[in-house]
Design a protein around this ligand. Structure first.
Ligand code: ZN
Ligand code: FE
Length: 239
């Protein structure tokens, strides 16, 4: 089982989870169909499932086309089935979703949107965090409260520290500038920024991140309480 990172639109990431033992795949948050279809071309990989973390168009834009082309099934949070068209498999919080050799725990993480979920492939230690946890940042709070977002981030924070984190956007470099401004003496952060800058220079994705690094470096995960978190989140909105 391995993950291919597919760049979409301006700064979105979609991810293909490919089971090399039987050439089946899931795609997470296909912003658009073309880059996914281009990757799959001539590869004889069966795109069985489309997994959506939330209903925003830059995460579901490719759903319809891919479904039509590959006969894939759309998988998402049950409470968002009105907002994610043609959803076939409707998931609940804490459910273990199993299909083919894919196994993921569904973690409801409201805040960015009310129906946002994280797909946690615990057997492989992959977490797809959409627009909830970014590398060195977190999503804007559109539909929830600061309290909900803080609780959602804490759910992700409690996963094993060697979990690979796959986020919805390449915002890492800009996020790092906010982190360092408010946490200038964090040596782990300085080290991580060095790695990030090198990757960006080479036009490489900064994904995946490792949860341990996020816990040490991401100022939103370092926030000790709701008040600190809320203040930082508000400052970041105007950064
Ligand atoms: Zn979003
Ligand atoms: Fe997004």
């Amino acid at each position: 089982m391995h993950v291919e990172i597919i760049q979409c639109l301006q700064d979105n990431y979609s991810y293909l989870i490919i089971d090399d033992s039987n050439n089946t795949a899931c795609v997470v948050d296909p912003s658009e169909a073309k880059p996914i279809a281009d990757y799959l071309k001539n590869k004889n990989i069966n795109l069985k499932y489309i997994l959506n973390t939330h209903h925003h168009f830059d995460h579901i834009g490719g759903n319809k086309d891919l479904k039509k082309r590959f006969g894939s099934l759309i998988v998402g949070f049950k409470k968002d089935s009105e907002r994610i068209p043609e959803m076939n498999i409707k998931l609940e919080d804490n459910q273990i979703w199993k299909a083919e050799n894919f196994t993921a725990k569904i973690i409801h993480v409201p805040g960015h949107t009310s129906g946002h979920i994280c797909f946690y492939f615990f057997e492989n230690k992959f977490a797809f965090t959409g627009d909830t946890l970014f590398s060195l940042g977190c999503g804007r709070i559109f539909e929830g409260s600061h309290e909900e977002m803080f609780a959602s981030l804490n759910k992700i924070k409690s996963l094993p520290s060697d979990t690979k984190i796959y986020c919805g956007h390449e915002y890492t470099l800009n996020n790092s500038k906010f982190c360092i401004k408010h946490d200038p003496k964090n040596l782990n952060l300085l080290k991580k920024i060095n790695v990030i800058e090198n990757k960006i220079k080479k036009k490489l994705p900064t994904m995946p991140s490792i949860l341990k690094d996020e816990i040490q470096c991401n100022i939103f995960l370092r926030a000790k309480d709701l008040k600190t978190f809320s203040k930082l989140r508000d400052l970041k909105d105007n950064f």
